[in-house]
Design a protein around this ligand. Structure first.
Ligand SMILES: [Zn+2]
Length: 435
């Protein structure tokens, strides 16, 4: 695994065929139930990996584009992208440090307070977090004197966690890792997986690992973006190569049931455009009855037709219409001589701009607070990224907010654009001027 650190993000066999139009999928069958994938959920065309920002000296070099063609399984309704780039390449050295986001830190500490009380965790318990990043969450257990262990494949972020006193194992999680832990006498009262399930290439191995690792009365909680919100709000820009799966509650129920785990509770959270936090236990553990809110969500997804193929088949057209509305806005603004800048350089912005074909012809530049991105260019579209101060220098008429999930925070931070009549625009569900 170490050598993937130096090989970059592109495998040699993919590099040989960057223009291929037929998906070069490692598997064209459902990653949960192995049914051949025949139905398109949405086809966003070809796109570069969303985190591969381009430096000035590489602007005229070849960039690799991969299909963003999402399928839905007719049998289990798992919405999924084939794996084009291995998880090892994406996640072994990962640029995303969870501790950079204040609101996410608060979310984590509130969760730890809640779950400690709910499960009655103490100094005899063990909490294990899968994809524990830089220890931002587990450090709250350390403070409470509750034993914990992080499992994190990215060497650089795992190192930060260990240095801060959060025990961390540098590994991918699955049955093999679970068995190694069990051999060391470690079983978990609580298994946590936040924003990792979507990024797991072998779902069955991952969930089977959770089943093994949990004590008989153990509980697993996992958070992931909710497919229903993605569909309702046209959040197609949350689709990128690093996210292999997109889950409804009823499909996750099926996946866990296949491994003798029951989802006995669920919460709907506002994070990442609308997420679910599921609670799983062994099927044999009757001490925790299925809650009303779990039953309600199951019922509401059935009523919304998430078990029917026709519910999924209309999404592709909705996305096309959203693209048209954004382009219509930009074309009109440009024809009127207005200047438009972007705010943010998130992964979702890269999906959106590549899919819509928006380059510097529509968007002069974007800005981002992350110094790592400043001075670079967005992958594919080559829109330059500056520090946020650029907006106050150039005074654009419109600021297009790419990380719309933080729009309130950004509108507050940048409210001074109103002094010259500047307005904010969000791109989804359909393009809209918000002030
Ligand atoms: Zn399936």
């Amino acid at each position: 695994m170490q050598n993937t650190l130096t090989t970059g993000r592109t495998t040699p066999e993919l590099a040989a065929e960057p223009q291929a139009t037929k998906p070069i999928a490692s598997s064209e069958c459902c990653r949960f139930c192995a049914t051949p994938l025949r139905h398109t959920f949405v086809d966003l065309g070809m796109s570069p990996l969303c985190e591969s920002y381009v430096s000035a000296e590489n602007l005229s070099k070849v960039e690799h584009f991969y299909p963003l063609h999402v399928h839905v399984c007719e049998e289990c309704f798992l919405v999924q992208l084939p794996v084009f780039v291995s998880a090892e390449e994406i996640f072994t050295e990962y640029a995303y440090f969870s501790s950079y986001s204040d609101s996410w830190l608060k979310h984590a500490s509130e969760y730890v307070d809640m779950i400690t009380t709910r499960l009655g965790l103490d100094s005899t318990s063990l909490a294990v977090e899968l994809a524990s990043n830089d220890g931002y969450l587990l450090k709250n257990f350390v403070k409470k004197g509750i034993p914990c262990l992080g499992i994190e494949p990215a060497v650089n972020v795992a190192r930060v966690a260990s240095e801060q006193g959060v025990p961390t194992l540098v590994k991918f999680f699955g049955q093999e890792t679970a068995e190694e832990l069990i051999a060391q006498g470690k079983k978990a009262d609580l298994v946590i997986g936040n924003n990792v399930l979507a990024q797991v290439p072998d779902l069955n191995d991952f969930v089977a690992g959770i089943k093994l690792l949990l004590k008989p009365r153990g509980v697993a909680t996992l958070e992931f973006p909710h497919l229903v919100r993605l569909m309702q709000e046209n959040q197609y820009d949350t689709i990128y190569h690093e996210h292999f799966s997109y889950f409804s509650f009823i499909t996750v129920e099926k996946i866990f049931a296949a491994h003798d785990l029951v989802l006995f509770d669920v919460e709907e959270l506002p994070t990442h455009g609308g997420s679910l936090r599921i609670y799983a236990r062994h099927v044999e553990d009757h001490s925790r009855p299925i809650t009303q809110r779990a039953m309600n969500l199951h019922t509401s997804e059935m009523e919304a037709g998430l078990h029917l193929m026709q519910t999924y088949s209309s999404f592709d057209e909705k996305v096309k219409e959203s693209k048209r509305s954004l382009l219509e806005f930009l074309i009109n603004a440009r024809r009127q001589g207005k200047r438009v800048a972007g705010y943010g350089a998130p992964g979702k912005g890269n999906t959106l701009l590549n899919y819509c074909g928006i380059r510097t012809d529509f968007l002069d530049y974007t800005v981002d607070r992350n110094p790592y991105k400043q001075g670079k260019f967005l992958p594919g579209t080559h829109i330059p990224i500056f520090a946020p101060g650029k907006i106050f220098e150039t005074k654009p008429d419109y600021v297009l907010i790419l990380p719309w999930n933080f729009k309130e925070e950004i509108v507050n931070q940048m409210h001074k654009i109103r002094e010259w009549g500047g307005k904010f625009v969000v791109p989804i569900p359909t393009a809209k001027v918000i002030s």
